[in-house]
Design a protein around this ligand. Structure first.
Ligand SMILES: [Mg+2]
Length: 218
């Protein structure tokens, strides 16, 4: 699928790529509505109806990934709620094997996520993946989400990499599209970001179901 000899830098997304998106899906679609319903004395169904359009309207924007934003808007302690169900945070199958293998190569490996620093810290604490990365970058540091091609420009200015020898693996098609627009040469999608959901559409990007598919030649 990939000629590893051509790749010097690997950019890896976190949620839905390395970590099971089931945690985030469960958190936003079930746990937050439950807590919101409790707080306002309404049914869970009513809470979901109120929250869904609010979530929808923020998709692809940096605020969507900002715990402080949602804590303010919903008057809930979002970081605290995440910590409450942190037991559900899980690494996707074969990710650790892949990271161990790539760590032994001279390639530079960066975690590049839209997640807020508090989420990143909680997830690194739970999964112990931190030592596998040369750097961990949150798009909040640049004030732009990965869905905007300018994000990659800024990332390149601060963490010099060659477009022609860089691979991005990300489960979001909007993110892959923006990286393609920027000119990133190697793009791979993830077809099974949530272990509890069926495989998803990956557009015209080569896709992996799990990381074993990328281990040969590495
Ligand atoms: Mg993702």
């Amino acid at each position: 699928m990939i000629d590893w000899k051509q790749i010097n830098t690997v950019l890896l997304d976190m949620d839905g790529t390395l970590l099971d998106l089931n945690f985030d899906n469960h958190f936003w679609k079930e746990f937050v509505p439950l807590k919101y319903a409790e707080k306002h004395g309404i049914s869970i169904v009513a809470a979901k109806q109120q929250l869904e359009p609010q979530f929808k309207s923020m998709e692809g924007k940096l605020e969507w990934y900002c715990l402080d934003y949602w804590s303010d808007v919903l008057a809930l302690d979002i970081a605290g709620l995440k910590a409450e169900i942190a037991g559900l945070i899980a690494v996707l199958p074969h990710v650790t094997e892949f990271l161990e293998k790539i760590r032994q190569s001279p390639k530079r490996v960066l975690l590049v996520t839209n997640a807020h620093r508090d989420s990143v810290d909680l997830k690194m604490e739970k999964t112990c993946l931190q030592p596998f990365f040369d750097e961990i970058i949150s798009s909040h540091d640049f004030g732009l989400p990965k869905e905007q091609p300018d994000f990659w420009e800024r990332l390149q200015q601060q963490h010099a990499f060659e477009k022609q020898s860089t691979l991005l693996i990300d489960d979001s098609l909007a993110v892959l599209n923006s990286a393609r627009q920027f000119g990133m040469a190697y793009l791979i999608s993830v077809s099974r970001p949530d272990s509890k959901q069926p495989k998803k559409e990956t557009g015209d990007y080569p896709a992996i179901e799990d990381f074993r598919e990328l281990m040969s030649g590495l």
